[in-house]
Design a protein around this ligand. Structure first.
Ligand SMILES: NC(=O)c1ccc[n+]([C@@H]2O[C@H](COP(=O)([O-])OP(=O)(O)OC[C@H]3O[C@@H](n4cnc5c(N)ncnc54)[C@H](OP(=O)(O)O)[C@@H]3O)[C@@H](O)[C@H]2O)c1
Length: 289
């Protein structure tokens, strides 16, 4: 493990189709494993991270607002992503939910607002109809400047194709599960073709990838940690990457991924670990929760 690397001072960005630049490395937050105020302040203030991913569903928007304020980082230097939960789909609900997220976060605008999941369950309506109506609300929020970019999450190619037929603005981002055991290359290729930035969540496979022998072998070879190898691999694939940690030392470790690169054969070695393993599955009863 090499902790004698300078903290992240500046982070490469990925250009969205509307010309904005999203930092390629962000900090994940979630309702699982708790929320650490100290760790988020540390990430922003001491590590120089400028991109945080959250969602109404994670139940920590209000806490995140407090952490952001305490960090002292000016709003315009931050990239804040939040997500619309399917229980809030529909035109008016979506508008209200976005305003509520902004209020909880203590901000006037979001840098990126995502539809969290393609499916929902509204009696008498198809999911496609509801997605289109919801997306129209996001398009208006974008036009009004309340959301500087809009996107989707967990959308497959068919969902994106349908939305393209139904909508005015093609999503700027699709955020999906991406780690050594889950590598949806066809979806990534489709997103690239359509000008949709591909963002990957669970880059450490929720910690499961960190004990894989190949990841360990590469960590030894590069004198890095297993987490750094996984995050570097994701970033080196051009994927916007949002590892989560509630521990300051791990956040620092997860930021130190720009001072080295993996050889092509090692990129391929990790690519060979793909086994279609998905860690995130949502089910209908959750929508209204
Ligand atoms: N759009 C979606 O549907 C969706 C779904 C899931 C996640 N996400 C987003 O993606 C983010 C990341 O996903 P995730 O949290 O599920 O998975 P992850 O980032 O792959 O893994 C997080 C886990 O790894 C541990 N960890 C972090 N850094 C470590 C390190 N350097 N060494 C050892 N262990 C480490 C964390 O524990 P400690 O906290 O104890 O360090 C935590 O248990 C989430 O926070 C969320 O923002 C989005």
């Amino acid at each position: 493990m090499n902790l004698n690397v300078r903290p992240l001072l500046s982070c490469p960005t990925v250009r969205l189709s509307n010309g904005l630049h999203i930092p390629i490395l962000g900090l994940g937050t979630s309702h699982h494993g708790g929320y650490s105020h100290r760790a988020v302040v540390y990430a922003l203030r001491d590590c120089g991270l400028r991109h945080v991913d959250t969602a109404k569903r994670y139940g920590c928007e209000e806490q995140l607002g407090v952490s952001v304020k305490e960090s002292g980082v000016p709003r315009h230097d931050l990239w804040l992503t939040s997500k619309l939960w399917p229980g809030d789909y529909g035109y008016s609900n979506a508008k209200r939910a976005c305003a509520d997220s902004c209020r909880r976060l203590g901000v006037d605008y979001l840098d990126l607002y995502l539809m969290h999941w393609p499916d929902c369950s509204i009696t008498g309506r198809t999911n496609r109809e509801v997605r289109a109506e919801t997306w129209e609300a996001l398009e208006e929020l974008y036009d009004e400047g309340v959301c500087r970019a809009i996107g989707v999450s967990n959308f497959q190619i068919a969902h994106l194709q349908e939305l393209k037929e139904d909508c005015r603005i093609v999503p700027h981002v699709n955020q999906v599960e991406f780690h050594p055991f889950q590598q949806p290359w066809a979806l990534m290729e489709y997103c690239h073709q359509e000008g949709i930035v591909f963002e990957g969540y669970c880059p450490l496979a929720k910690g499961e990838a960190l004990s894989h022998p190949v990841v360990h072998q590469l960590a030894d070879k590069y004198n890095r940690t297993p987490a750094q190898i996984c995050i570097r691999w994701s970033i080196q694939n051009g994927v916007v990457t949002i590892p989560k940690s509630t521990k300051e030392e791990k956040i620092l470790e997860n930021c130190q991924v720009f001072g080295f690169s993996l050889d092509e054969e090692d990129m391929d070695y990790i690519q060979s670990l793909h086994c279609h393993k998905k860690l995130i599955h949502l089910t209908y009863p959750l929508w209204n929760g």
